[in-house]
Design a protein around this ligand. Structure first.
Ligand code: SF4
Length: 300
């Protein structure tokens, strides 16, 4: 993880992170926007106590429909030290978190790795969740082996043309497939505790986009025929048009109930059993977390 030649993600900017910024615009230290219990994750991730979600600022994608654009595109957040991140892990544990959910952590991996190692040396034992867009460098992921318990990647697109048009990413499909392979190899089969909480494994999220059911089906086909029942899936309907997409011919639309059901029926026909689905009514702006540095500053 060489910060003087940053290749932490497949953008491979090759810049010196201590002196300049690459595509993601991440600074030369950890930057976060929120650290709080989060109850909008899948049941085995949120458990009863909620997931201890730490939202990292900046992102290596440019999704036109990003719900977290305040932190991913506008880079809102506060820079903190590795030691402060370790304290946040313990604070979330004290609040009852079931796990530590690292949301979009990629540009900060060297510091996060250091923080996890420090926390473990101090006896920290909650599972660590790596919550990512899926666009990861598999060689960098290898360095996280044994530190991450649960991988929670998106699988957004089956075709790079769509990935480029919506997320400015021309090799999303290949890099995400490689990264997922590494994640599954690292965690092995999914494991749950006696309360149904996930303690090890991979849960892949796919957000069905309006008028892209065919691409959703391609993704489900690939995931099922590659991993069968080894991974869990979350097939999501919460696509929410934003002010910034209101003139876009596709992304200004909502996902129809019929289109979502069509994708779910396809998943059933394929034989997919381990999948979470969403009820109607989740596609509302209220679902978007508020970013106001909650849990970021040291408690006095
Ligand atoms: S983490 Fe940021 S700077 Fe590093 S390669 Fe990726 S986009 Fe470029």
């Amino acid at each position: 993880m060489d910060l003087e030649n940053c290749k932490l993600c497949p953008r491979n900017c090759g810049i010196n992170r201590m002196k300049t910024q690459g595509f993601c615009k991440a600074p030369p230290s950890i930057k976060i926007a929120r650290a709080a219990l989060h109850f909008d994750e899948e049941p085995p991730i949120k458990g009863k106590g909620g997931s201890g979600a730490i939202f990292f600022s900046c992102c290596n994608l440019r999704c036109l429909y990003c719900q977290n654009e305040k932190i991913s595109l506008q880079n809102f957040g506060k820079e903190i030290s590795v030691d402060r991140l370790v304290e946040i892990f313990f604070e979330l544990e004290q609040q009852g978190a079931e796990n530590i959910n690292l949301v979009s952590p990629t540009p900060y991996l060297p510091w996060i790795k250091e923080a996890i190692l420090k926390a473990k040396r101090q006896g920290f034992s909650l599972p660590f969740v790596y919550n990512t867009s899926g666009y990861e460098n598999k060689e960098i992921l290898k360095e996280l082996e044994g530190l991450i318990d649960i991988y929670l990647p998106d699988f957004k697109y089956a075709c790079n043309e769509t990935a480029f048009e919506y997320s400015l990413c021309k090799d999303y499909v290949e890099r995400t497939k490689e990264a997922l392979q590494e994640m599954v190899q690292q965690t092995g089969p999914n494991q749950f505790d006696e309360n149904g909480r996930m303690i090890k494994g991979v849960l892949v999220r796919h957000l069905v986009l309006p008028f892209h059911e065919k691409e959703s089906k391609e993704i489900l086909f690939y995931l099922y025929h590659t991993y069968h029942h080894q991974i869990y899936l979350s097939i999501m309907n919460q696509y929410t048009p934003l002010d910034s997409t209101k003139t876009h011919p596709v992304l200004s639309q909502t996902l129809s109930k019929k289109a979502y059901e069509d994708v779910l029926e396809y998943a059933l026909r394929l034989g997919i059993e381990n999948a979470f689905i969403q009820e109607e009514g989740t596609a509302e702006e209220a679902w978007i977390p508020s970013f106001c540095l909650e849990g970021v500053n040291k408690e006095s």
